[in-house]
Design a protein around this ligand. Structure first.
Ligand code: 6GU
Length: 245
């Protein structure tokens, strides 16, 4: 997968090259390009924003800067078949969730356009959408200063789903959310720590009982912490034992 990010704070994306993602880049599984939006400005001040039509607080990012930046970064590449999928992080977007991450993991090229201030002139997104798929996405119901941290979040959630990125591919399959439920508790040695024993069933060697116990823990935890997820579960996803809980 190729990932490009356009931002006025390129250094904010440095963590992309650390740890898990850095390893995936070194191994050629992910290719990352970070671009400074100011490279597409023409004035001495390198201005990327202007005051909003209609008045109000904050600044809006200029279409004359974003337009050429997107044309260049999204231009056809010999190593890609079609245009990229353009992702615009914004608190006004549709919610980014595990399903979105799975969809994006199927794309071979993602371009992230990071807005700051009050956002990007609306016409930039409309214009881009004539040439490529565009998704305006929010990572949750709170407001960040800009899209950069949201990009780090989305890129990490997507990359760990790519073949070969995780050491153990089963980890991605057994996470919270892959079955619509939260993960239950985990334990490692020692068997007793500060008078707290590891639940008996996990040491029983009875794999069917362990599977059942973990499923019950997931359901009870989801009921307490995220009742919204339980309510959204398809009835057919529950077995008879689940329904009794
Ligand atoms: Cl994607 N951007 C900003 N600025 N704030 C957010 C967000 C994105 N998602 C939640 N809050």
């Amino acid at each position: 997968m190729r990932i490009d990010v356009i931002t006025i704070f390129p250094e904010y994306l440095d963590p992309l090259r650390a740890a898990l993602l850095g390893k995936a880049i070194d191994r050629g599984l992910i290719e990352v390009g970070v671009h400074d939006l100011r490279d597409w400005t023409h004035d001495v001040h390198r201005a990327v924003d202007d005051s909003p039509y209609g008045g109000g607080p904050g600044m809006v990012m200029k279409p004359q800067v974003w337009g050429p930046a997107l044309s260049d970064v999204c231009a056809p590449r010999p190593d890609r078949e079609g245009p990229p999928t353009l992702i615009v992080p914004t608190p006004a977007g549709r919610r980014f969730d595990q399903r979105t991450a799975e969809e994006l993991a199927g794309c071979s090229w993602l371009v992230f356009a990071c807005g700051r201030y009050e956002g990007i002139d609306e016409r930039v997104v409309q214009d881009a959408a004539e040439r490529m798929p565009v998704r305006e996405l929010s990572i949750g119901d709170y407001v960040l200063v800009g899209g950069e941290v949201a990009v780090l979040t989305m890129v990490e959630a997507v990359s760990r789903l790519l073949p070969g990125v995780l050491g153990n591919p089963a980890s991605a399959q057994e996470d919270s959310f892959s079955d619509g439920l939260l993960e239950g508790p985990s334990y490692t040695r020692p068997e007793v720590w500060r008078d707290r024993p590891v639940p008996e069933v996990l040491r029983s060697g009875n794999h069917a009982a362990i599977r059942r116990w973990r499923r019950d823990q997931s359901i009870v935890r989801t009921y307490h912490r995220r009742p919204d997820l339980l309510a959204a579960l398809d009835e057919a996803a529950l077995d008879k034992h689940d329904r009794r809980l």
